[in-house]
Write a protein that binds this ligand. Structure first.
Ligand code: PXP
Length: 239
């Protein structure tokens, strides 16, 4: 049985669109846990465009399942992670101008740096996950750098539209999951997964956990607008 971890970044994105204090990703995290999420994920970006330091420290206090901090392996962020001590840190590459994480880590190109960061985090009792493309070389490199978990980047699969491309990408993910599992790495997957494209993953039992954000927050807005409007109609109809 695979588990779901919910990424609450885009609750914060809506808040930041107005620069106010709602909706609160911390409150959303609690509700997600009550609904059965087995973990909460947030990405503290260098530019703090959605999740803020305040969110991270409150999430650490209130999350009862497992807090997974996504971050670039940058000195400032490593310091914050060592201070907050989330259960898991997922290392991701970060380009300031990107709309969202664009690809997996270049592990081979940064192996000393990643190993040093990983060792530091693990010494502090934090599990370390590497966000990587579904490539056998990346898996070996992640293992050598000390990763406990790999998160397979499902972006290419999610963006594929032709059936042949979907199947080719799914096969790559399947092979990567099998190899990582044989090497005793925990296997997570995420990026661009939604209520439709997740269905094909029933054929990959090696994936223990899914990291999903945007599609869940998008659905939150759609399934919630009916009740939200009814409540406001009721209020104004009393005037
Ligand atoms: N995993 C990683 C490493 C990510 O960077 C993201 C996006 O923040 C996700 C999973 C979740 O992707 P999505 O929001 O498309 O579900």
């Amino acid at each position: 049985m695979a588990l779901l971890s919910v990424n609450v970044d885009h609750i914060a994105t809506i808040r930041e669109a107005r620069g106010v204090d709602e909706p609160d990703p911390v409150l959303a995290a609690g509700i997600a846990e009550l609904a059965g999420a087995e973990g909460i994920i947030c990405h503290l970006r260098m530019d703090r465009r959605h999740i803020k330091d305040r969110d991270l420290s409150l999430l650490k206090k209130v999350v009862k399942t497992k807090l997974n901090l996504e971050m670039a392996p940058a000195k400032e962020l490593v310091g914050i992670a060592l201070d907050i001590k989330p259960d898991v840190v997922t290392l991701v590459p970060e380009r300031r101008e990107e709309l969202t994480t664009e690809g997996g880590l270049d592990v081979a190109g940064n192996k000393e740096e990643y190993k040093k960061v990983t060792d530091k985090l693990k010494e502090a009792g934090i599990s370390v996950s590497f966000f990587i493309d579904p490539d056998p070389d990346r898996i070996g490199e992640s293992l050598n750098a000390g990763a406990d978990i790999i998160e397979i980047n499902t972006r290419e699969y999610s963006e594929a539209r032709k059936e042949s491309d979907i199947l080719r990408n799914l096969e790559k993910i399947k092979e990567a999951a099998k190899l990582a599992s044989r090497l005793k790495l925990k296997v997570h997957a995420g990026h661009g997964l939604n209520y439709v494209n997740i269905k094909r993953f029933s054929s990959i039992p090696e994936i223990e956990e899914y990291s999903i954000g945007h599609s869940i927050i998008a659905r939150t807005v759609m399934v919630g607008i009916d009740q939200a409007v009814r409540e406001m109609v009721k209020l104004v109809s009393q005037f």
